[in-house]
Design a protein. Structure first.
Length: 104
């Protein structure tokens, strides 16, 4: 399993709505994530800054990379775009983090 972590940013006034939307994650989005080899996906919020810390495990980098090309992912990005910092294509501004420690 490949462990991945990144940081993103949600607008402070959108914290509650961001959580609601993830609590009600579309079944087709959940299915697409699993189909693209995702396991143990968690997102944590730093309430003082709006920073989101995302952690997930993927089976394969190439399969995971194809997730962003799916229709459901594109629709999800558009749905979430008003709540967070995004790129021109509506994807979240996301900075991948370097793994510096792991205890199994």
């Amino acid at each position: 399993m490949i462990r991945k972590a990144s940081v993103m940013k949600v607008y402070k006034e959108a914290y509650e709505e961001y959580k609601i939307r993830h609590d009600e994650l579309w079944p087709e989005m959940k299915e697409a994530l699993k189909r693209h080899g995702v396991h143990n996906y968690s997102i944590f919020l730093h309430e003082e800054t709006g920073q989101l810390f995302a952690y997930l495990e993927v089976e394969d980098e190439d399969t995971w990379a194809k997730m962003s090309e799916t229709d459901v992912c594109q629709r999800w990005w558009a749905y979430m775009e008003p709540l967070m910092e995004t790129n021109l294509d509506k994807s979240p501004v996301s900075k991948e983090l370097m793994n510096v420690f792991y205890l199994a």
